[in-house]
Design a protein around this ligand. Sequence first.
Ligand SMILES: Nc1nc2c(c(=O)[nH]1)N[C@@H](CN(C=O)c1ccc(C(=O)N[C@@H](CCC(=O)O)C(=O)O)cc1)CN2
Length: 283
Amino acid sequence: MSAQKLDGKATAAKIKADLTGRVAALRARGVTPGLGTVLVGDDPGSQIYVAGKHRDCAEVGISSIRKDLPASATQAEVEAAIDELNADPACTGYIVQLPLPGHLDAMALLERIDPAKDADGLHPVNLGRLVHMVDAPLPCTPRGIVVLLQEYGVPLKGADVVVIGRGITVGRSLGLLLTRRSENATVTLCHTGTQDLAAHVRRADIVVAAAGVPHLVTPDMVKPGAAVLDVGVSRVDGKIAGDVAPEVAEVAAFLTPNPGGVGPMTRAMLLTNVVEAAEHAAA
Ligand SMILES: Nc1nc2c(c(=O)[nH]1)N[C@@H](CN(C=O)c1ccc(C(=O)N[C@@H](CCC(=O)O)C(=O)O)cc1)CN2
């Protein structure tokens, strides 16, 4: 078997084309969506992702505001940047880029975001809404994974999904999203405390690898015909190495490339969250 590519880049391009029209319609009504970003420090990956988010905004007509702070920024300085975006009417939604330098209290900073401007869906109020299965902005990577699976007709209802990684931006939130009644999947959340990872992965219809361990998922672990989504990003010898070994393509029915899979979907879902919030506000 050679897996069909779950093409995040192409799917994101279609989503951005649709958003361009919706932003133009909002602008015609005098509403300009505006995305803010708070970036602290000089993590090379974060620099690339934030630059990409601003390029995406320009592409679809969303205005954008950057707040870049040095790695030495204090908790009070980052809080001040957040307070400015909370108060700025030109900013309809924003994100605090993660990870933050270790001396900062990330949880306190996420809690300081106005939940109505939380473009990442990571504020505890919005995650709580997800727990309650009521409308809220959804975390971008999990939402992008669901949209990508739907785009390629991979069934979710009743599927056994194994998610590897319990971080809040991907694994834990994805478990909440996939177990809503609308998705109705059965989710096993594996993590560093899981005793026999291979045994869990082997019986999964869908595997989402978000552990940040290069080539953690090998072909012998994958059920023939499964869909495999590679979220992990490690840089090995200057190149991206995902959590999924390339040979998995010989066993899986569907596989995301990495790069070009989940990453572009994450960015497209951020734009979607911003446009949806502006549409709700304008309604
Ligand atoms: N506040 C947040 N921080 C982080 C999130 C998030 O959703 N919100 N997710 C990740 C990083 N991330 C978005 O911020 C992100 C990751 C990857 C990509 C992407 O397009 N990757 C490209 C490759 C680009 C490269 O590294 O060369 C791809 O996969 O094709 C976009 C966004 C952690 N932080």
